[in-house]
Design a protein around this ligand. Structure first.
Ligand SMILES: NC(=O)c1ccc[n+]([C@@H]2O[C@H](COP(=O)([O-])OP(=O)(O)OC[C@H]3O[C@@H](n4cnc5c(N)ncnc54)[C@H](OP(=O)(O)O)[C@@H]3O)[C@@H](O)[C@H]2O)c1
Length: 364
Protein backbone atom coordinates (compact mmCIF):
# COMPACT_ATOMS: atom_id res chain seq x y z
CA UNK A 1 0.00 0.00 0.00
CA UNK A 2 1.44 3.45 -0.89
CA UNK A 3 2.68 5.48 2.08
CA UNK A 4 -0.05 8.10 1.63
CA UNK A 5 -2.80 5.47 1.85
CA UNK A 6 -1.24 4.00 4.99
CA UNK A 7 -1.38 7.45 6.58
CA UNK A 8 -5.05 7.92 5.57
CA UNK A 9 -5.90 4.55 7.14
CA UNK A 10 -4.04 5.43 10.34
CA UNK A 11 -5.88 8.73 10.71
CA UNK A 12 -9.21 7.04 10.14
CA UNK A 13 -8.32 4.37 12.70
CA UNK A 14 -7.62 7.19 15.14
CA UNK A 15 -11.08 8.65 14.41
CA UNK A 16 -12.58 5.19 15.08
CA UNK A 17 -10.64 4.89 18.34
CA UNK A 18 -11.94 8.29 19.43
CA UNK A 19 -15.46 7.23 18.44
CA UNK A 20 -15.18 4.18 20.68
CA UNK A 21 -14.78 6.46 23.70
CA UNK A 22 -18.54 7.05 23.45
CA UNK A 23 -19.10 3.27 23.71
CA UNK A 24 -21.75 3.19 26.43
CA UNK A 25 -23.12 6.71 26.22
CA UNK A 26 -24.09 7.86 22.70
CA UNK A 27 -27.25 5.81 22.15
CA UNK A 28 -29.60 6.45 20.33
CA UNK A 29 -26.88 8.25 18.39
CA UNK A 30 -23.93 6.51 16.72
CA UNK A 31 -20.35 6.50 18.00
CA UNK A 32 -18.41 9.02 15.95
CA UNK A 33 -14.87 10.37 16.08
CA UNK A 34 -13.26 13.08 13.95
CA UNK A 35 -9.68 14.11 13.25
CA UNK A 36 -8.59 17.37 11.55
CA UNK A 37 -5.21 17.86 9.86
CA UNK A 38 -3.82 21.17 8.58
CA UNK A 39 -2.80 21.64 4.95
CA UNK A 40 0.64 20.12 5.71
CA UNK A 41 -0.87 16.95 7.15
CA UNK A 42 -0.26 17.80 10.83
CA UNK A 43 -2.84 16.93 13.46
CA UNK A 44 -4.54 20.14 14.62
CA UNK A 45 -7.66 18.82 16.31
CA UNK A 46 -9.84 15.87 17.18
CA UNK A 47 -13.11 15.13 18.89
CA UNK A 48 -15.75 12.50 19.56
CA UNK A 49 -19.45 12.37 20.30
CA UNK A 50 -20.12 11.63 23.96
CA UNK A 51 -23.87 11.79 24.47
CA UNK A 52 -27.04 12.67 22.50
CA UNK A 53 -27.66 16.42 22.79
CA UNK A 54 -23.95 17.13 23.25
CA UNK A 55 -21.73 18.32 20.34
CA UNK A 56 -21.15 15.91 17.48
CA UNK A 57 -17.57 14.69 16.91
CA UNK A 58 -16.96 17.17 14.09
CA UNK A 59 -18.27 20.10 16.18
CA UNK A 60 -16.07 19.08 19.12
CA UNK A 61 -13.06 18.88 16.79
CA UNK A 62 -13.80 22.39 15.46
CA UNK A 63 -14.12 23.65 19.05
CA UNK A 64 -10.69 22.16 19.87
CA UNK A 65 -8.82 23.61 16.86
CA UNK A 66 -5.22 24.62 17.56
CA UNK A 67 -4.67 26.09 14.08
CA UNK A 68 -6.55 27.34 11.00
CA UNK A 69 -7.92 24.25 9.14
CA UNK A 70 -7.99 26.17 5.77
CA UNK A 71 -6.84 23.75 3.03
CA UNK A 72 -6.67 20.86 5.51
CA UNK A 73 -8.47 17.54 5.77
CA UNK A 74 -10.89 15.74 8.03
CA UNK A 75 -11.30 12.03 8.88
CA UNK A 76 -14.65 10.96 10.27
CA UNK A 77 -16.10 7.46 10.61
CA UNK A 78 -19.67 8.48 9.69
CA UNK A 79 -21.08 10.88 7.11
CA UNK A 80 -21.39 14.37 8.69
CA UNK A 81 -25.00 15.35 9.41
CA UNK A 82 -26.80 17.97 7.32
CA UNK A 83 -29.95 18.43 9.40
CA UNK A 84 -30.76 20.55 12.41
CA UNK A 85 -31.23 18.11 15.28
CA UNK A 86 -30.44 18.81 18.93
CA UNK A 87 -27.23 20.38 17.54
CA UNK A 88 -26.61 22.34 14.28
CA UNK A 89 -25.61 20.58 11.00
CA UNK A 90 -21.94 19.53 10.93
CA UNK A 91 -21.71 19.83 7.14
CA UNK A 92 -22.10 23.66 7.38
CA UNK A 93 -19.18 23.80 9.81
CA UNK A 94 -16.97 21.68 7.54
CA UNK A 95 -17.80 23.84 4.49
CA UNK A 96 -17.24 27.18 6.25
CA UNK A 97 -13.95 25.97 7.78
CA UNK A 98 -12.18 25.88 4.40
CA UNK A 99 -11.28 22.17 4.74
CA UNK A 100 -10.43 20.82 1.27
CA UNK A 101 -10.69 17.05 1.68
CA UNK A 102 -12.95 14.81 3.80
CA UNK A 103 -12.48 11.07 4.37
CA UNK A 104 -15.64 9.27 5.48
CA UNK A 105 -15.88 5.57 6.38
CA UNK A 106 -19.53 5.07 5.82
CA UNK A 107 -22.74 6.76 4.73
CA UNK A 108 -25.26 7.53 7.49
CA UNK A 109 -28.26 5.14 7.32
CA UNK A 110 -30.45 7.87 8.90
CA UNK A 111 -32.79 9.00 6.10
CA UNK A 112 -32.42 12.67 7.15
CA UNK A 113 -28.73 12.48 6.23
CA UNK A 114 -28.04 9.44 4.05
CA UNK A 115 -25.95 10.69 1.11
CA UNK A 116 -27.21 14.27 1.48
CA UNK A 117 -24.31 15.32 3.71
CA UNK A 118 -21.80 13.97 1.18
CA UNK A 119 -23.64 15.69 -1.70
CA UNK A 120 -23.50 19.08 0.07
CA UNK A 121 -19.77 18.68 0.75
CA UNK A 122 -19.13 17.84 -2.92
CA UNK A 123 -21.27 20.73 -4.13
CA UNK A 124 -19.14 23.05 -1.99
CA UNK A 125 -16.05 21.83 -3.90
CA UNK A 126 -14.70 19.56 -1.15
CA UNK A 127 -13.08 16.28 -2.22
CA UNK A 128 -14.93 13.44 -0.52
CA UNK A 129 -13.48 9.91 -0.16
CA UNK A 130 -16.00 7.35 1.02
CA UNK A 131 -15.25 3.84 2.32
CA UNK A 132 -11.98 4.10 4.26
CA UNK A 133 -12.01 1.49 7.12
CA UNK A 134 -15.64 0.69 6.31
CA UNK A 135 -15.55 -2.75 7.98
CA UNK A 136 -14.21 -1.42 11.29
CA UNK A 137 -16.74 1.42 11.28
CA UNK A 138 -19.62 -0.93 10.57
CA UNK A 139 -18.49 -3.17 13.42
CA UNK A 140 -18.28 -0.25 15.85
CA UNK A 141 -21.80 0.96 15.08
CA UNK A 142 -23.45 -2.37 14.14
CA UNK A 143 -26.37 -1.89 16.54
CA UNK A 144 -27.01 1.70 15.36
CA UNK A 145 -27.03 0.54 11.71
CA UNK A 146 -29.21 -2.45 12.55
CA UNK A 147 -31.84 -0.31 14.28
CA UNK A 148 -31.90 2.30 11.53
CA UNK A 149 -32.27 -0.28 8.78
CA UNK A 150 -34.65 -2.81 10.41
CA UNK A 151 -36.45 -0.53 12.91
CA UNK A 152 -35.72 -3.23 15.51
CA UNK A 153 -33.21 -3.22 18.35
CA UNK A 154 -30.02 -5.28 17.92
CA UNK A 155 -30.57 -8.19 20.31
CA UNK A 156 -27.98 -10.12 22.31
CA UNK A 157 -29.07 -13.20 24.25
CA UNK A 158 -26.93 -14.06 27.25
CA UNK A 159 -27.19 -17.09 29.44
CA UNK A 160 -25.16 -18.99 31.98
CA UNK A 161 -25.06 -22.76 31.94
CA UNK A 162 -23.33 -25.75 33.48
CA UNK A 163 -20.99 -27.94 31.47
CA UNK A 164 -23.94 -30.34 30.97
CA UNK A 165 -25.92 -27.57 29.28
CA UNK A 166 -28.36 -26.77 32.13
CA UNK A 167 -29.45 -23.24 33.03
CA UNK A 168 -31.39 -24.15 36.19
CA UNK A 169 -32.32 -27.14 38.35
CA UNK A 170 -35.64 -28.88 37.74
CA UNK A 171 -37.17 -26.73 40.52
CA UNK A 172 -36.06 -23.55 38.70
CA UNK A 173 -33.19 -22.65 41.07
CA UNK A 174 -30.21 -21.17 39.19
CA UNK A 175 -28.27 -19.05 41.69
CA UNK A 176 -25.38 -19.32 41.03
CA UNK A 177 -24.16 -21.33 38.08
CA UNK A 178 -21.20 -19.14 37.17
CA UNK A 179 -18.38 -17.71 39.28
CA UNK A 180 -18.34 -14.30 40.95
CA UNK A 181 -15.84 -13.13 38.30
CA UNK A 182 -18.25 -13.97 35.46
CA UNK A 183 -21.13 -12.31 37.28
CA UNK A 184 -19.24 -9.08 37.83
CA UNK A 185 -18.21 -9.15 34.17
CA UNK A 186 -21.92 -9.34 33.30
CA UNK A 187 -22.55 -6.21 35.40
CA UNK A 188 -19.95 -4.32 33.39
CA UNK A 189 -21.01 -5.54 29.98
CA UNK A 190 -24.64 -4.62 30.72
CA UNK A 191 -23.35 -1.03 30.39
CA UNK A 192 -23.14 -1.55 26.60
CA UNK A 193 -26.90 -2.02 26.46
CA UNK A 194 -29.83 0.36 26.38
CA UNK A 195 -32.29 -2.17 27.79
CA UNK A 196 -32.36 -5.58 29.50
CA UNK A 197 -35.30 -7.90 28.85
CA UNK A 198 -36.67 -10.81 30.90
CA UNK A 199 -39.95 -12.72 30.96
CA UNK A 200 -42.44 -12.76 33.83
CA UNK A 201 -41.29 -16.18 35.03
CA UNK A 202 -37.66 -15.11 35.49
CA UNK A 203 -38.95 -12.18 37.54
CA UNK A 204 -40.98 -14.56 39.73
CA UNK A 205 -38.23 -17.20 40.09
CA UNK A 206 -35.07 -15.08 40.34
CA UNK A 207 -36.17 -11.61 41.48
CA UNK A 208 -33.13 -10.13 39.64
CA UNK A 209 -31.83 -6.57 39.95
CA UNK A 210 -30.60 -6.23 36.33
CA UNK A 211 -28.33 -3.24 36.78
CA UNK A 212 -24.69 -2.47 36.06
CA UNK A 213 -24.33 -1.82 39.83
CA UNK A 214 -23.76 1.87 39.14
CA UNK A 215 -21.32 1.51 36.24
CA UNK A 216 -23.68 3.28 33.82
CA UNK A 217 -25.77 6.36 34.35
CA UNK A 218 -28.62 6.21 33.60
CA UNK A 219 -28.81 2.46 34.05
CA UNK A 220 -30.22 0.40 31.13
CA UNK A 221 -34.02 0.25 30.99
CA UNK A 222 -35.33 -2.97 32.61
CA UNK A 223 -38.06 -4.64 30.56
CA UNK A 224 -40.44 -7.38 31.67
CA UNK A 225 -42.49 -9.10 28.99
CA UNK A 226 -45.51 -10.94 30.38
CA UNK A 227 -48.50 -12.70 28.91
CA UNK A 228 -50.32 -13.13 32.23
CA UNK A 229 -49.39 -9.95 34.17
CA UNK A 230 -49.23 -12.28 37.16
CA UNK A 231 -46.23 -10.49 38.65
CA UNK A 232 -45.45 -10.28 42.37
CA UNK A 233 -46.28 -7.14 44.36
CA UNK A 234 -42.75 -7.16 45.80
CA UNK A 235 -39.81 -7.20 43.39
CA UNK A 236 -36.37 -5.68 43.07
CA UNK A 237 -37.44 -4.33 39.69
CA UNK A 238 -40.13 -2.20 41.34
CA UNK A 239 -37.39 -0.10 42.94
CA UNK A 240 -37.15 2.65 40.32
CA UNK A 241 -34.55 4.65 42.24
CA UNK A 242 -31.80 2.49 40.73
CA UNK A 243 -33.10 2.10 37.19
CA UNK A 244 -36.27 2.59 35.16
CA UNK A 245 -38.53 -0.42 34.67
CA UNK A 246 -41.21 -1.06 32.07
CA UNK A 247 -43.73 -3.88 32.00
CA UNK A 248 -44.96 -4.80 28.53
CA UNK A 249 -47.93 -7.13 28.53
CA UNK A 250 -49.96 -9.02 25.99
CA UNK A 251 -53.47 -7.61 26.40
CA UNK A 252 -55.01 -10.61 24.61
CA UNK A 253 -54.07 -12.94 27.49
CA UNK A 254 -53.25 -10.80 30.55
CA UNK A 255 -55.46 -10.32 33.58
CA UNK A 256 -55.45 -6.53 33.95
CA UNK A 257 -56.57 -6.79 37.59
CA UNK A 258 -52.94 -7.62 38.36
CA UNK A 259 -51.90 -4.14 37.24
CA UNK A 260 -52.61 -2.88 40.75
CA UNK A 261 -49.66 -4.90 42.09
CA UNK A 262 -47.24 -2.80 40.06
CA UNK A 263 -46.10 0.51 41.61
CA UNK A 264 -46.75 3.82 39.83
CA UNK A 265 -43.07 4.47 39.07
CA UNK A 266 -43.06 1.51 36.67
CA UNK A 267 -44.07 2.26 33.10
CA UNK A 268 -46.73 0.03 31.58
CA UNK A 269 -47.29 -0.67 27.90
CA UNK A 270 -49.71 -3.08 26.35
CA UNK A 271 -49.29 -4.96 23.09
CA UNK A 272 -51.74 -7.09 21.17
CA UNK A 273 -49.81 -10.37 21.02
CA UNK A 274 -46.91 -12.29 22.59
CA UNK A 275 -44.59 -11.80 19.61
CA UNK A 276 -41.17 -10.67 20.97
CA UNK A 277 -40.67 -8.68 17.78
CA UNK A 278 -43.12 -6.15 19.23
CA UNK A 279 -40.72 -5.60 22.15
CA UNK A 280 -37.80 -5.17 19.80
CA UNK A 281 -39.74 -2.59 17.76
CA UNK A 282 -41.01 -0.69 20.81
CA UNK A 283 -37.49 -0.46 22.22
CA UNK A 284 -36.03 0.61 18.85
CA UNK A 285 -38.66 3.36 18.63
CA UNK A 286 -37.60 4.55 22.09
CA UNK A 287 -34.02 4.88 20.79
CA UNK A 288 -32.56 1.61 22.08
CA UNK A 289 -29.85 0.48 19.67
CA UNK A 290 -28.70 -2.60 21.57
CA UNK A 291 -30.73 -4.73 23.98
CA UNK A 292 -29.79 -7.66 26.18
CA UNK A 293 -32.16 -10.60 26.48
CA UNK A 294 -31.49 -12.18 29.90
CA UNK A 295 -34.59 -14.33 29.80
CA UNK A 296 -35.17 -18.03 30.35
CA UNK A 297 -35.73 -20.67 27.64
CA UNK A 298 -39.36 -20.00 26.82
CA UNK A 299 -39.01 -16.33 25.95
CA UNK A 300 -35.57 -16.97 24.40
CA UNK A 301 -37.08 -19.58 22.08
CA UNK A 302 -39.82 -17.18 20.99
CA UNK A 303 -37.27 -14.35 20.58
CA UNK A 304 -34.92 -16.40 18.42
CA UNK A 305 -37.81 -17.65 16.28
CA UNK A 306 -38.89 -14.10 15.55
CA UNK A 307 -35.33 -12.97 14.66
CA UNK A 308 -34.87 -10.74 17.69
CA UNK A 309 -31.43 -12.20 18.52
CA UNK A 310 -28.36 -11.21 16.53
CA UNK A 311 -25.62 -12.24 18.95
CA UNK A 312 -25.23 -14.85 21.67
CA UNK A 313 -23.07 -14.76 24.79
CA UNK A 314 -22.75 -18.01 26.71
CA UNK A 315 -21.05 -18.46 30.04
CA UNK A 316 -20.16 -22.10 30.67
CA UNK A 317 -19.25 -23.12 34.21
CA UNK A 318 -17.37 -26.32 35.07
CA UNK A 319 -20.31 -27.66 37.12
CA UNK A 320 -22.80 -30.47 36.57
CA UNK A 321 -26.46 -29.82 37.36
CA UNK A 322 -27.91 -33.02 35.95
CA UNK A 323 -31.64 -33.74 36.07
CA UNK A 324 -33.88 -35.32 33.44
CA UNK A 325 -35.92 -32.21 32.85
CA UNK A 326 -33.55 -29.50 34.05
CA UNK A 327 -33.81 -26.46 31.85
CA UNK A 328 -31.55 -25.86 28.87
CA UNK A 329 -31.18 -22.43 27.19
CA UNK A 330 -33.81 -23.08 24.50
CA UNK A 331 -37.03 -25.00 24.14
CA UNK A 332 -38.17 -26.64 20.91
CA UNK A 333 -36.89 -24.71 17.92
CA UNK A 334 -38.72 -27.19 15.67
CA UNK A 335 -35.69 -28.35 13.72
CA UNK A 336 -36.17 -31.80 12.26
CA UNK A 337 -33.15 -31.93 9.94
CA UNK A 338 -29.53 -31.06 10.68
CA UNK A 339 -29.48 -28.58 7.81
CA UNK A 340 -32.15 -26.53 9.61
CA UNK A 341 -30.13 -25.91 12.78
CA UNK A 342 -28.72 -22.51 13.67
CA UNK A 343 -25.04 -22.16 12.86
CA UNK A 344 -23.21 -19.43 14.73
CA UNK A 345 -20.23 -17.56 13.34
CA UNK A 346 -17.35 -15.27 14.34
CA UNK A 347 -17.00 -16.95 17.74
CA UNK A 348 -14.71 -15.38 20.30
CA UNK A 349 -13.75 -17.44 23.34
CA UNK A 350 -12.46 -16.13 26.67
CA UNK A 351 -11.59 -17.75 29.95
CA UNK A 352 -13.11 -15.90 32.95
CA UNK A 353 -11.64 -17.50 36.05
CA UNK A 354 -12.78 -21.13 35.70
CA UNK A 355 -15.67 -20.28 33.35
CA UNK A 356 -15.64 -20.09 29.57
CA UNK A 357 -17.34 -17.20 27.79
CA UNK A 358 -18.27 -17.69 24.12
CA UNK A 359 -19.56 -14.81 22.02
CA UNK A 360 -20.97 -15.66 18.60
CA UNK A 361 -22.93 -13.96 15.86
CA UNK A 362 -26.20 -15.22 14.48
CA UNK A 363 -26.92 -14.46 10.86
CA UNK A 364 -30.61 -13.90 10.18
N1 LIG B 1 -29.03 -19.48 33.75
C1 LIG B 1 -29.47 -18.44 33.10
O1 LIG B 1 -28.73 -17.78 32.37
C2 LIG B 1 -30.91 -18.01 33.26
C3 LIG B 1 -31.33 -16.78 32.75
C4 LIG B 1 -32.67 -16.42 32.88
C5 LIG B 1 -33.55 -17.31 33.48
N2 LIG B 1 -33.09 -18.48 33.97
C6 LIG B 1 -34.01 -19.44 34.59
O2 LIG B 1 -35.05 -19.69 33.67
C7 LIG B 1 -36.24 -19.99 34.38
C8 LIG B 1 -37.37 -19.23 33.74
O3 LIG B 1 -37.49 -19.67 32.42
P1 LIG B 1 -38.62 -19.11 31.44
O4 LIG B 1 -38.41 -19.73 30.13
O5 LIG B 1 -39.95 -19.27 32.06
O6 LIG B 1 -38.16 -17.59 31.37
P2 LIG B 1 -38.83 -16.16 31.22
O7 LIG B 1 -37.65 -15.25 31.02
O8 LIG B 1 -39.67 -15.80 32.36
O9 LIG B 1 -39.70 -16.29 29.92
C9 LIG B 1 -41.01 -16.86 29.94
C10 LIG B 1 -42.06 -15.86 30.34
O10 LIG B 1 -42.01 -14.77 29.44
C11 LIG B 1 -43.32 -14.27 29.21
N3 LIG B 1 -43.57 -14.29 27.76
C12 LIG B 1 -43.97 -13.24 27.01
N4 LIG B 1 -44.08 -13.56 25.75
C13 LIG B 1 -43.71 -14.84 25.64
C14 LIG B 1 -43.63 -15.73 24.54
N5 LIG B 1 -43.92 -15.38 23.29
N6 LIG B 1 -43.21 -17.00 24.78
C15 LIG B 1 -42.89 -17.39 26.03
N7 LIG B 1 -42.97 -16.58 27.11
C16 LIG B 1 -43.37 -15.31 26.90
C17 LIG B 1 -44.26 -15.15 30.03
O11 LIG B 1 -44.43 -14.45 31.25
P3 LIG B 1 -45.73 -14.63 32.18
O12 LIG B 1 -45.64 -16.02 32.73
O13 LIG B 1 -45.58 -13.59 33.24
O14 LIG B 1 -46.92 -14.44 31.32
C18 LIG B 1 -43.44 -16.40 30.24
O15 LIG B 1 -43.79 -17.12 31.39
C19 LIG B 1 -35.99 -19.64 35.82
O16 LIG B 1 -35.82 -20.82 36.55
C20 LIG B 1 -34.69 -18.87 35.80
O17 LIG B 1 -33.94 -19.09 36.96
C21 LIG B 1 -31.79 -18.87 33.88
Amino acid sequence: MPEKNVAHTQWMKRAILLASLGKNTTSPNPKVGAVILDKNGNLISEGFHYRAGMPHAEAMAFNNLKKDPQGGSMYVNLEPCCHQGKTPPCVDKVISSGIREVFISIQDPDKRVSGKGIKLLKEAGIQVHLGLCEKESLELNNAFFYRNITKKAFGVFKWAMSIDGRIALENGKSKWITSEESRSLVHSFRAEFDAIIIGGNTLRKDNPILTTRGLKHPEPLRVIFTKSLDLPSKSNLWDCTQAKTIVIYDSSTANENYLKRIPKCVEIEKVSSDDPELISKILAKRGCNKVLWECGPRLATAAIKSNCIQEIITFIAPKILGGKSSMSPFGDLEFREMNEIIKLSDSQIRLIGNDICVKSALKN
